[in-house]
Every structure is written in C-alpha cells, then in structure tokens.
Design a protein around this ligand. Structure first.
Ligand SMILES: *Cc1c(COP(=O)(O)O)cnc(C)c1O
Length: 414
C-alpha cells in the first residue's frame, strides 16, 4: 500500500491555509495599518482545521469504488499546474483522448474526458442527446438505470422504464418490443451493474437500436478495464465511464465518447441543453473535436493493456468466488458468466446483520467493503478488487477479513 493519500482538494486546502498565513503576516507599516483595518472587519476567524496538517489514513478500498490509486498515478497528481490553453496541455489532452479511444475501442473523434464524476457523464449523455418531450427507454435492473431515468425525467423527457429485480437480464426480444412500443430516441443499459454485480451482455442490442432509429447509451463506470467492451463493433452510440473504479485514478474525471449518429442528433437540436457546463458544443470545441480543463492524473492507471487487464480480473474473480464459496457464502449472481469481474456481490449470509460485518472489517482490518445500493440494499454485500487492487494477495486478505468477521460477529437466532 502507498503511504499517504493526499487528495488534490486536501492539497488545495493546505495551500489555502499557507496563503492565508502569509497574508496575515505583517510586512510593512502602511500595509500593516491597512491590514489592521481590514482585519478588524474580519468577523469569521480562520478555521483551526486549515492550519493543521491534513491526515488521511491508508485503507484497503475493496468496495465498489473508489479503489486504491497506484503510486505512479498519485505521483502524476504532484506535477506542476499549467494553463489550460498552453500547447503542452493540448498535447496531454490529445494523449488522453487516444488513451480513451483505446480503452473504449473506438475511432470516434468526439471523445473527451470531462470534469466531474461518473454522474456528470450520465447527465452529459442525456442532456445533450435528448430534448424535452422526447421518448427515452431505460433498462432498470439496479440503481444506475433508476438514476438515468430520473435524470431524463428532470430534463423533461418522456421516460419509459423496463424494470427487473436487481441483477436480472433483459433479452434482446424484450428490448426490441419495448422499443417498437415507445419509439425512444435513446435507450440506456448498464454494462457493469455494480449495485447488483451483473455484467450485461451487449451483443445485438446496437443493431436493434439502429433498426429503430434510437441511440444506444451504455454505462461502463464499474466495468471499464475489467470486462471486455467494444464501442464501435458493438454499435454503442454513446459510452461513458468514471475514473475511480477499475481505472484507478482519483475521482473527478469521466471519459465519454459519442459516435457520428449521436453527434448528428446532438448538434441538430432545436433547444439548448439544460446545462451550460455539460454542453457538448463547448466541451467538444475545447477538446479540438471540432478540443475543458482536464485533470491530468487521469486514466490508464492499470490500463496500458486492455486484454491483459480483462484476463486478470476474470482470473482473480474466479479465485475469489471459490474462496467465498469455501467460506459457505452464496454468490448473488448465480450464472458465473454473467458476474461482473470487478465487483462481486454476495448474498447476505443468513442470520447476520450485514452492517455489523462491514463495520467489523473496517475496524479490525482497515478494509472497506460495502452493502447494496438502491434496490439491492439488504440483499447483498459487495467486494471490489479493481485494477491495481486486482491481486491474489488482496483477494486472500479480503477472504481472511470476511472469515474473521463471520467468526466474530454475532449471529441472530432467526
Ligand atoms: C459508480 C458508478 C457510477 C457513478 O460514478 P461516480 O463517479 O460515483 O459519480 C455510475 N455507474 C456505475 C455502474 C457505477 O458503478
């Protein structure tokens, strides 16, 4: 494990504290008098917390994200700041763009990394491609579909949900029937449903969307780098991911790509998107896609080799499944070919209070695992071994912590 994890925000807070200290130090008499006057009008004193060094503990982040960040990526965050219009910045952005095209397996020119978390990319995709009143079809089999449905409703779309219990699949026939009925301009499906631990098959769905003149939007925040995805050959029109899951970067950047069909729809709209910040006409211009402030610690922490990374995740997941079953635990997704390799869901063991198990592991093993999210709360516990954390030694540690928690947490009589 790396030693200290300082977030950028934390460094910023430290720098602010340093700037505050030096601005409060008297320099010359006239300045002092001016300062005296302005300082006497300061009714809010500097908070003590800003003057203390920041302490952040080391922790094993074995939940569904954020994941631990490798030293190479952490070190990149310590590089100097340059201007957002400097030539070097454009060069870096260009390199990032190529990296995203590689991990997405796409030749789309309209490929950028936006400032914001995965949620920003969800909003960016919907806000730019849908106009108020248009029909949107959303596959809901966990939290993420539910959130996209709400995002689309908030901007005034006419939203149709296909709802299943967490972790269930949608057949291509069901998707096509719903599409024929609702005539959506956009269909949303989550590739790696991290709240349920499902990796949804993608083949054939892009063709159905094209046939029905509908854009295909896919969320790969939890699966990018851990499970195979091919944006171009799977005919995905809009694809996004996030930085802090298997990509092992700090939270706050979200790669997103739009193909020609998506651009056609997006740049021929009658109304402006509801968000200024997320408007692709500005973002694409800056990224030179017609070229945003990038945070450059970005991407590809563990992803220099897509195929290798997919294989590692699959192999380690198989090892983890066996260890969990040896502990007498039941995996939530029965069909192992449908399990998401980056985030494994376990059915809550009978008789245990899942919160107690999680608290025990955090307290005694300094290890984060989590419960369910949204509709899967109370159904599952989640273990994520992603990217840099995808190692046999970490799986052994996670299994050991779980075994210890199962042994030491009280089992109720029911
Ligand atoms: C985590 C996650 C998101 C949201 O990403 P944030 O960076 O936390 O905003 C979206 N979709 C899926 C599948 C996720 O696992």
């Amino acid at each position: 494990m790396q030693r200290a994890v300082f977030s950028r925000g934390a460094l910023l807070a430290q720098n602010t504290a340093a700037a505050l200290e030096s601005s409060l130090a008297p320099r010359s008499a006239p300045l002092l008098m001016r300062l005296d006057r302005s300082m006497s009008s300061l009714t809010i004193p500097p908070p003590a917390a800003l003057l203390r060094p920041l302490e952040v503990p080391n922790r094993y982040l074995f939940g569904p994200g954020p994941s631990n960040v490798p030293p190479r990526v952490l070190a990149a965050g310590g590089r100097p700041i340059i201007g957002h219009l400097h030539p070097e910045m454009y060069e870096i952005m260009n390199d990032i763009k190529k990296g995203i095209q590689y991990i997405f397996q796409t030749e789309n020119n309209m490929t950028i990394s936006m400032s914001g978390s995965g949620h920003a990319a969800m909003e960016c995709a919907v806000f730019n491609t849908v106009e108020p009143g248009e029909s949107v079809l959303v596959a809901v089999n966990g939290i993420w579909g539910e959130r996209v449905a709400e995002i689309a409703e908030r901007m005034g779309a006419n939203v149709h949900r296909m709802v299943k219990t967490p972790g269930q699949l949608f057949s291509n026939t069901e998707i096509e029937q719903a599409m024929a009925k609702h005539k959506p301009v956009l269909f949303f499906l989550t590739h790696g449903e991290s709240s349920a631990g499902l990796c949804h098959p993608m083949d054939g769905i892009g063709d159905i969307c094209q046939k029905h003149n509908c854009l295909f939007l896919v969320d790969t925040v939890a699966s990018m780098g851990a499970a195979p995805i091919f944006m171009d050959s799977q005919k995905i029109d809009i694809l996004y991911t996030g930085s802090q899951k298997a990509l092992n970067s700090p939270p706050g950047t979200a790669p997103i790509s739009f193909n020609e069909r998506a651009c056609d729809k997006m740049f021929n709209r009658k109304t402006k998107p509801v968000s200024y910040l997320l408007d692709m006409t500005h973002l694409s211009n800056y990224w030179g896609c017609d070229g945003q402030t990038v945070r450059v610690t970005l991407q590809c922490g563990a992803l220099r080799h897509n195929g290798e990374s997919w294989r590692q995740h699959k192999e380690l997941a198989a090892y983890l499944y066996k260890g969990l079953e040896d502990l007498g635990l039941t995996l939530f997704i029965r069909d192992k070919d449908l399990r998401l390799p980056s985030v494994t869901t376990i059915a809550i063991p009978k008789g245990y209070n899942w919160r107690e198990l999680l608290v025990y592991m955090m307290k005694n093993h300094n290890m984060e695992m989590t419960g369910g999210l949204g509709p899967s709360i109370g159904m599952v516990m989640r273990i994520g071994l992603m990217g840099y954390n995808c190692k046999k030694s970490n799986a052994d540690m996670a299994l050991h912590a779980l075994a210890d928690a199962l042994k030491n947490c009280k089992k109720s009589k029911v």
